[in-house]
Design a protein around this ligand. Structure first.
Ligand code: HEC
Ligand code: HEC
Ligand code: HEC
Ligand code: HEC
Length: 128
């Protein structure tokens, strides 16, 4: 009887673990970026491991995500994450075009830290 109860607890514990792990991973499972606004793509979609950047490298979310209010970045997790929600195909006032927004954000940091790809093929690898 006791053994059965123990087994039951183990099953429940592992189900809870799987549930939590699932929630954590599903938020961050982006591996590449593909956007509808680029209708006639010139390059394969850029590789972008979100988990590596946000969790393993522990980069500040605000390095990439932003909502500016009076010159201050007030972004938090409840806000828009989609870059193309604000950056369109063409630049619009202070908002640079989507392609420039991505390129500045990604390349500047890789160059500054001298880590991560900064050649075209490094981010847009040919599909095998
Ligand atoms: C190195 C840049 C970078 C960092 C650091 C970063 N993100 Fe992101 N995040 C992105 C990009 C790029 C996307 C995809 C945006 C798009 O598709 O337009 C994204 C998407 C997301 C999404 C949407 C996920 C989905 O499945 O649709 C969430 C939520 C998110 N980020 C939260 C965070 C949080 C929280 C942090 C900090 C712990 C963080 N990000 C750090 C660049 C970054
Ligand atoms: C809510 C709208 C909004 C979203 C979402 C957004 N941006 Fe921006 N972004 C702006 C605006 C507005 C500016 C211009 C800020 C200024 O110059 O005052 C800007 C500026 C930038 C710049 C110039 C440097 C800087 O940080 O000011 C880069 C690079 C950039 N965005 C990349 C991104 C990336 C990458 C994402 C997605 C992870 C993103 N943006 C999401 C509105 C947005
Ligand atoms: C604030 C800094 C920062 C920004 C912004 C950033 N990265 Fe990175 N990225 C890094 C660093 C640091 C590494 C190196 C990780 C390592 O080698 O340990 C890296 C590595 C990578 C790698 C190689 C991953 C691997 O498995 O070796 C890819 C691909 C990449 N980044 C794509 C992107 C793209 C696409 C963007 C823009 C959406 C971006 N990064 C924005 C810091 C950044
Ligand atoms: C550090 C990563 C990185 C590097 C290096 C990089 N790109 Fe990109 N590029 C991106 C990201 C992120 C996007 C937006 C997501 C997407 O659509 O792939 C993008 C989008 C594009 C687009 C718009 C989509 C399309 O296919 O029409 C073009 C064109 C492009 N890049 C060309 C280039 C060229 C040419 C080079 C080399 C001179 C280059 N990129 C280097 C990350 C990078």
């Amino acid at each position: 009887m006791k053994k059965n109860k123990m087994a039951l607890y183990m099953v429940i514990a592992s189900l809870i673990f799987l549930f939590i792990a699932g929630v954590v991973y599903s938020q961050d499972d982006i591996q590449s970026l593909e956007h509808d606004i680029f209708m006639n793509r010139e390059r394969p979609a850029a590789v972008f491991p979100h988990t590596l950047h946000a969790d393993e490298l522990q980069l500040d979310c605000l390095e990439c995500h932003h909502i500016y209010k009076n010159g201050e970045n007030i972004w938090d997790e409840s806000e828009l994450c989609d870059c193309t929600g604000c950056h369109s195909l063409e630049a619009d006032g202070k908002k640079m075009s989507a392609m420039r927004a991505f390129h500045s954000n990604c390349k500047e940091c890789h160059l500054e830290k001298n880590k991560g790809p900064y050649t075209c093929g490094g981010c847009h690898p040919k599909k095998k």
